[in-house]
Design a protein around this ligand. Structure first.
Ligand code: DGY
Length: 305
């Protein structure tokens, strides 16, 4: 923030809750640049309310909350924060996978509720080994590939499916194998989602894909909640078709404690915190500010959408 005070008239929205659309529209009217959060919807109505707007910088790698058609037609430069959050997000995806497969949160809840009675039962808290399992990565982008590296270090086989196919060299280097979407879901013991939310990926993981998964498979999502049809996921979990799910993102956020997901022992939930490490959030802030400053100076942001 200090960085932005130099040379700019700065107005900030304080507080833990997002600015309302009405307030944003009123406040943006005389602004030339905006630094927004992933939960701020910067749609046509907002953009049109700001006649002088020429720079948008989002503190996120996702940018589906910004109307890019509109920014393009207005010549507004848009920056985002890729790369700096790759490891942190892949780490969380991995932590979630470990948690749901080894039942870490479930064990934690047992102790806190005073329910741990028997010292050691040979069949207590049986989880699932990671080693030798196949993990399917949907979306072999930066985060998906970083996740793949970790999975390999744990002795897992990694297959992937994405929009396009990696080059043979990239596949060899990463030690991962391309499969069809159907194969990804039918052959994997765990599917981890690393795709953006677009019109094409909306509700992509639905009843029909979930039905292809092995009975006893797991699903991990650290990308965007709306790439999964959450009702279909709940059904698959309730029917016992899936062994468990570990989710950092949801159809609607924040997820309430009354969600059926929050009532299932075999579901691990975290509050959209994939990039949330001190180091990463600091780097995201620096990059978002740099992007904004460059765009305000009429230059292409360091990380431009
Ligand atoms: C991102 O950077 O897009 C994170 O998911 C926060 O929304």
């Amino acid at each position: 923030m200090k960085d932005l005070q130099d040379g700019f008239r700065l107005e900030t929205h304080a507080g833990r809750f997002p600015i309302s659309k009405g307030e944003l529209i009123a406040k943006i009217a005389d602004k030339e640049g905006i630094l927004c959060m992933p939960y701020d919807t910067i749609d046509r109505e907002v953009i049109e309310a700001a006649a002088d707007l020429r720079a948008i910088s989002t503190y996120s790698v996702g940018y589906e909350h910004i109307d890019l058609q509109c920014t393009k037609s207005r010549g507004i430069l848009v920056g985002y924060t890729p790369d700096v959050l790759t490891r942190a997000t892949a780490d969380l995806a991995f932590a979630l996978m470990l948690d749901v497969m080894r039942r870490v949160s479930e064990g934690d809840r047992l102790i806190r509720s005073g329910g741990w009675q028997q010292v050691f039962g040979p069949c207590d808290f049986l989880g699932t080994d990671l080693e030798t399992k196949t993990v399917g990565i949907l979306g072999p982008g930066r985060i998906g590939l970083s996740f793949a590296e970790k999975a390999q270090a744990f002795g897992m086989k990694v297959v992937y499916h994405g929009n396009g196919r990696l080059s043979e060299r990239q596949e060899r280097q990463a030690g991962i194998e391309h499969v069809s979407l159907n194969q990804l879901f039918s052959e994997s013991d765990i599917v981890s989602l690393h795709i953006p939310h677009t019109k094409r990926t909306h509700d992509m993981v639905n009843r029909s894909l979930l039905a292809k998964m092995k009975r006893g498979a797991f699903i991990v999502n650290t990308s965007r909640g709306r790439v999964i049809n959450q009702k279909d996921l709940v059904l698959a979990l309730q029917n016992g078709d899936l062994a468990g799910a570990a989710l950092d993102v949801f159809y609607d956020e924040p997820l309430g404690a009354d969600s059926p997901l929050a009532k299932m022992e075999n579901v691990v939930l975290t509050p959209h915190m994939g990039s949330s490490t001190k180091e990463t959030r600091e780097n995201m802030a620096r990059l978002a500010v740099l992007n904004l400053k460059m765009a305000m100076a009429g230059r292409r942001p360091k990380c431009a959408v």
